[in-house]
Design a protein around this ligand. Sequence first.
Ligand SMILES: Nc1ncnc2c1ncn2[C@@H]1O[C@H](COP(=O)(O)OP(=O)(O)OP(=O)(O)O)[C@@H](O)[C@H]1O
Ligand SMILES: [Zn+2]
Length: 734
Amino acid sequence: MAGSRPDGGRGPVSGGGIGHPRTGRRRGRAVSDVPPDALRRVRVAVEAPQHSGLTGPLDYLGPQDLTPGTLVHVTLGRRDVMGLVWDDLPEGQDVPGEDRLPESELRPVGEALDALPPLSDRWRRLLDFAANYYQRSVGELALAVLPPQLRELDAKQLQARLKKLDKADAAAGKAAADAASPILPERPALSAQQQAALDAIDALAATEAPQPALLWGLTGSGKTEIYLRAAEAALARGQQVLVLVPEINLTPQLEARFAERFVGHSIVSLHSALTPAQRLRHWLAAHLGRAQLVLGTRLAVFASLPRLGLIVVDEEHDPSYKQQDGARYSARDLAVYRGHLERVPVVLGSATPSLESWQHALGGRYRRIDLTERIGGGALPRVRLFDMNRLERKKGVTTALSVPLLDALRKRLDRGEQSLVFLNRRGYAPVLHCDQCNWKSDCPHCSAHQVFHREDRTLRCHHCGVSTRVPRACPSCGNPDIAPLGRGTERLEEQLAAALPGARVARIDADTTRLKGSLESQLAAVHDGDVDILVGTQMVAKGHDFRRITLVAAVNPDGALFSSDFRAPERLFSLLMQAGGRAGRDAAQAAASEMWIQTWYPEHALYQSLQKHDYEAFAASQLAERMSAGLPPFAHLALVRAEGRSVEAARDFLTAAQEAAQALPLSLGLLLYPPVPMSIARVADVERFQMLIEAGSRAQLQRFLRAWLPDLHVLKRRQKGLTRWAVDVDPLAI
Ligand SMILES: Nc1ncnc2c1ncn2[C@@H]1O[C@H](COP(=O)(O)OP(=O)(O)OP(=O)(O)O)[C@@H](O)[C@H]1O
Ligand SMILES: [Zn+2]
């Protein structure tokens, strides 16, 4: 791994000039206690942000017996930072392009937190891979994925934490309960298909180097039951299980299902909504091998699990698995790599797999396991494509609530069944408009409209967050009749309540669930039957096991059909399949359940495949398009994004970057697209540009990026007004 210095030079690398060795300011083992001849050169991965241009671990002096994977305090420049002892370079090998400082000039490491067992060799290989692949410094990534509290502790505080944890565990009598491993007997008998799926996973687990499995199962086909059984088998082997879910709000219910099944086992969750103290506690439980099951969002893919035996990635196609800032890693892809490293099975579950995974399954790299029947034999909802062209055209906005849809909703009301009305846009209306002077509620800081929120009478920008009061009259011409254009969930809720008096209408979206615990209580109301019609965004379309919904209506899904983002159709298809999957989950009602799609393009191939629940046909047509357009999974992409205080700063940086790229022999055979503004070009007064790079192979792209990135660090310093730049390998949206 090449590294250049924080100041961009290519000279010797160390944590800085010679400083005074730390004296026993902290009470752990300090280097000053060690006789000088017992010291040796150690490499330490330190927390340095990518813009410092630092990619590899730095050299320090440390005790002979300092094991890789140990946390140590070190000095970087003038700061005291946490570092992680990394592996020595193989004998005789140097960091490419670097002369290493002589030992006499190295700084000693500070206190080691050696009460903590070192992070394993395999964990470090995962981090090496991830840092390399996503073009970040290994220190930045390794420290960023540890619990924030851990980075702040000194050795003494850590020891206190560990002792507290021991006590708590002893008090809970966990050790004893674990030994007994009482798995509740009341598991449902598996269907024949589920049994076959489980057998296939068991067979993979028994191989030397298990192939990743793609569990392709309809909504409601009992995928979660497979995860539970496969986890049970791993626990019986004495191993730990890692289960990834795409969104925090899906963790409570999954946790509940695991807790119910694995009574007496130790289950922890890892996600960003935990308090720092909880996060440290859960992380330690995993790292110390005490937690048997770890459930979490994307960051949990980096959990330290000494006895890892199985990785499950639920809804593997979900975009939330991709981190959208800092190191832009894909937790799904890293899970697959981790499975390969640790030689454990990885189960990727989805009703609508990502086209990348699907293509791997077609090509035989992944083992495909199918669940083609819903539990209880229920049918999938009948998909009705309602042609909006049939409606009489009236002046103004067409209503989302067509008469036939209202009839369908009324029918459910009369039968005491529930409906879900799905609209992926929150707020009352996406824009306010004056039809006299054509004023629109544009955000002053972004190239986007401010959304009208009626409840608190604000105009809010969903990009920069700025919020202003709704003006009484048009700010530009004084016309008092400014009107909302289009609709969001808030307006839909209001219109539904007006059109269906007596119906209990509820709404769930990011606005109604801001308070902690509110999502849970709102979902409980739906489960308890206190709601007749649920209005919601994608938040309610995913994962939930609603039992009484028989109608799911998507009132305005067309937007994504003509998006410039090549993944938009894939996302729309899976969202609609998942939303539809919320209906008829109770086999007794399945026959009467329906998915209602209001569209101006009923003949569109996407809707035609959806109507037949034909993911395979949809995937085949998309893959054919991707192949002919040279897009993933048939090509490999990286994006360089630049943000500047002016259009010129962002654009000129990328133009210079492109010239530097063209000068590199490694760019031969790559496609370097010219810089273009991002689809929302300005956010919070920052101008954003991007440049796309396309390669035929991953290896080729990786080699090129490694050679090119040092140039970008140099250009960044030359470009006035450039605030940030970042590279995104395998970007989700372009
Ligand atoms: N073998 C079985 N016998 C009886 N009920 C089962 C069985 N397997 C699963 N179930 C139940 O069927 C319902 C649907 O299963 P599950 O939630 O696992 O499906 P899924 O494929 O994960 O669904 P989705 O992808 O839509 O979230 C659940 O209520 C679950 O408890
Ligand atoms: Zn804004």
